[in-house]
Design a binder for this molecule. Structure first.
Ligand code: 13P
Length: 310
């Protein structure tokens, strides 16, 4: 990865030995492969969302993975791709992934339709999530089968979901916990689709939890017995270390983190500007924010136990 930029830009030039050299080093990987390895070895790979291929977030994630010798998944949530477009976002994420020493995958998060997943695969994503969790199970299965067929020809992995995930109310409360997955549906979707990873509902949700969430590790144990693939835990923001560790012990091998990172990115940017740390250079704001967001990513990769695995 490129080294941090020098503090002064007055001497920045191609002749400076610290000037970033950006040679591709590592073939980009499929999330299904690194998650399967994690499942076998008892840790989880973290998917950190890049807010649709944001350059600073992508850089921070990959530099942390390199530094910690940890595999990582760069996630892009479908709705966040509206700004950069799927091809440009894929290019940014692939650029960093290919220049890492650590294995890095590029994953579409919560794809809504097969044609969206197809567009992501065509753009160079190495795995996709097709989210039919709001549909009756028969329709969810039919949808996943379609995407699995498509992904196989692209050599890519597929994640699906049973037990629709909730969004938290703005104050962090959940009106009712209704995303508890059904073990029979878990068994069916594994058996009938050929998917690689399955997201389950165990009381988790996207966003900031108010207080400690009631994550149902007892249910997770039953779901893992019914599943034939590694399970995925969405809603990483606000989960404590012991909950993440307990989930991994019971079959989770991929954990998604989004809200914490994007909200802190905005806050750190505002702070850097308010403190006049920019000297009117946008890249100086980026440099400050990338360094401040890294400890949050580092901490979560530690929770997942993925450091020093590569
Ligand atoms: P959080 O935004 O709650 O961290 O969840 C991220 C996620 O699950 C993305 O799919």
């Amino acid at each position: 990865m490129p080294p941090p930029k020098p503090d002064s830009n007055s001497r920045a030039s191609f002749d400076n030995p610290d000037f970033p050299v950006n040679t591709p080093r590592m073939p980009i990987v499929n999330a299904a492969d690194i998650v399967t390895t994690a499942h076998e070895e008892g840790y989880a790979v973290v998917q950190v969302n890049t807010n649709g291929g944001n350059d600073d977030l992508t850089r921070a994630i990959v530099e942390v993975a390199d530094e910690m010798r940890s595999p990582v998944i760069l996630g892009a949530y479908e709705a966040n791709l509206a700004y950069r477009g799927v091809e440009y976002a894929a290019m940014v994420m692939r650029w960093y992934a290919e220049r890492a020493d650590a294995p890095v995958a590029v994953h579409l998060d919560h794809g809504s339709r097969p044609d969206v997943c197809r567009a992501a695969l065509d753009a160079g994503f190495t795995s996709v999530m097709i989210d039919g969790s709001h549909l009756p199970i028969d329709e969810n299965i039919a949808l996943v089968r379609q995407v699995v067929d498509d992904a196989r020809s692209a050599g890519a992995g597929v994640e699906a979901e049973v037990g629709e995930l909730q969004r938290l109310d703005p104050d962090g409360s959940m009106s009712e916990v209704k995303n508890l997955s059904d073990p029979a549906e878990v068994a069916r979707i594994c058996r009938e689709t050929g998917l690689d990873m399955l997201a389950v509902g165990i009381g988790n949700a996207h966003g900031f939890y108010r207080g400690r969430p009631d994550i149902r590790l007892d249910l997770l144990e039953t779901l893992a017995e019914a599943a034939t693939v590694p399970l995925v835990l969405h809603g990483g923001t606000g989960l404590e270390r012991d909950v993440v560790a307990g989930s991994i012990e019971r079959g989770i091998a991929k954990v998604n983190l989004g809200t914490l990172i994007r909200t802190r990115y905005v806050q750190f940017t505002a702070d850097a500007i308010a403190a006049q740390e920019h000297q009117n250079h946008p890249w100086r704001v980026a440099q400050v924010v990338v360094e401040r967001v890294k400890p949050l990513i580092r901490e979560f990769l530690e929770y997942a136990g993925s450091a020093n695995r590569v």
